[in-house]
Design a binder for this molecule. Structure first.
Ligand code: ADP
Ligand code: MG
Length: 422
């Protein structure tokens, strides 16, 4: 029919605009590397802040004692405690709780948010039981990771080690595996950190850790569609975090919703009336999109029930459901491929994208975040695209590793390595 072919032309156009062929990804990773150089060279020299995080003493493995950590993300926060047993004992015991942040507190004043967090923290501390030991005369020490950029002049103030969650993931990853050289967050938001050889004023180790704030990356080579532009225009931070708005969990579902909405409005894709809920921003969340994308049932019954539950669209044909899955695939593939290109940009900056004679060849990138952890097709596309970009030989030397509990453990470890008691 005519409406169907109009819908298909919207789909095709979107697919073409989102395409990430390998030649395009190479332009993107080159641009990422160039922006990293520019950001390091001068403050404000790039969209990438390239913040020096002053965590000179990354955990060594010798850390001992009881430490707490708070990991504040975009949608939830985790509180955890670890009993560190030193070189041999490592993490002797660990407990955590995860609390989702009530939406009204996200827009409240920061003191209301911090009051809420303090209460949850106190509640968790009250449950401290067997297996955790606080030496007499000492106070509990807390590491704090968060997912927003803060310009830091030093890591510690009082008994709190304050670090970005990417840095926490890097520190946590390195504690378990010394080959970890970079960390990437792919959750509600996205960011990356890596170990840079220090120039100029040397910290003790001769290395510094850089928080790239890569979510703000922008390049003319990024495949940006009208839907991305509209999403950006409707956002609270217009013109900022463009990379993040294309690849992170906060946005993928809403990009898909926008395409579906256009198909409904301009091609009657869901019948004569545009289902009103299609116009509600962020009504379709990325976990829902992921569930539809992974629907393996013959009649795509998961897609059918999500469309019904989320948008109130019932009685969809199998063809319609197939188109929805195809759209999920386009949005997720673009995001995963661009994430891979970003990672290659970092590997290039570290000189780890080629084989070098006489150098130990193993680079581990620790990745944390709900998008990477739970969106299987996203994760496998990211890995296969990175392998393709690196080529077989180098690909064998680069490992993408899920950092379990990455940033939280990292925060506790940084509290430990900056402890005032030893
Ligand atoms: P935060 O970003 O708050 O630190 P997480 O790292 O746990 O928290 O990431 C949560 C984000 O991960 C969610 O906002 C969502 O975008 C994404 N996510 C969670 N579960 C899934 C899922 N099953 N499929 C796809 N994305 C998911
Ligand atoms: Mg997080």
């Amino acid at each position: 029919s005519e409406t169907w072919s109009k819908a298909m032309s919207i789909l095709k156009e979107f697919e073409e605009q989102c395409a990430t062929p390998i030649e395009k990804l190479r332009l993107v990773d080159d641009a990422m590397t160039a922006e990293m150089h520019a950001g390091l060279a001068s403050e404000g020299g790039s969209k990438l802040k390239m913040l020096n995080s002053y965590v000179d003493n990354l955990p060594t493995g010798d850390e001992h004692g009881l430490f707490y950590a708070l990991d504040l993300g975009g949608t939830n926060f985790r509180v955890l405690r670890v009993q560190l047993g030193g070189r041999d004992g490592r993490v002797a015991k660990q407990e955590f709780t995860e609390v989702s942040i009530p939406p009204e507190l996200m827009t409240a004043t920061s003191s209301e948010l911090f009051d809420f967090i303090a209460k949850e923290l106190a509640r968790f501390i009250a449950t401290e039981g067997q297996g955790f030991f606080l030496p007499p005369g000492s106070q509990r020490e807390l590491g704090f990771t968060f997912s927003f950029p803060v310009k830091q002049l030093s890591i510690a103030s009082g008994t709190k080690a304050l670090v970005n969650d990417t840095i926490g993931t890097l520190a946590g990853g390195k504690y378990f595996n010394n080959d970890v050289a970079a960390a990437v967050i792919l959750g509600t938001g996205t960011n990356a950190a890596y170990v840079e050889r220090a120039h100029g004023l040397l910290p003790k180790s001769g290395k510094m850790v850089i928080n790239t704030e890569w979510g703000n990356f922008q390049s003319s080579h990024l495949p940006v569609t009208e839907y991305d532009q509209a999403l950006d225009q409707d956002s609270l931070n217009v013109g900022e975090q463009i990379f993040e708005k294309i690849i992170s969990g906060m946005y993928l579902g809403d990009i898909l919703r926008r395409v579906l909405c256009k198909m409904a409005e301009e091609a009657g894709f869901f019948g004569d009336i545009v289902p009103p809920k299609l116009k509600t921003r962020f009504i379709l969340r990325t976990p829902e999109m992921s569930a539809m994308h992974h629907d393996t049932s013959l009649d795509l019954s998961v897609v059918a029930s999500k469309l019904k539950d989320i948008f109130g669209i019932s009685d969809t044909s199998l063809e319609t459901r197939r188109v929805v899955v195809e759209l999920c695939n386009i949005v997720a593939t673009r995001a995963a491929s661009l994430s891979a290109a970003g990672i290659l940009g970092i590997l290039k900056k570290m000189g780890k994208d080629t084989l070098k004679e006489g150098e130990k060849q193993r680079t581990v990138v620790a990745v944390d975040g709900g998008l990477f952890e739970h969106y299987t097709k996203f994760r496998s596309c990211l890995k296969s695209t990175l392998n393709e970009l690196l080529g077989d030989e180098v690909a064998h030397t680069v490992v993408i590793e899920h950092a379990n509990d990455g940033s939280g453990i990292g925060a506790a470890l940084l509290a430990a390595s900056h402890s005032q008691y030893h």
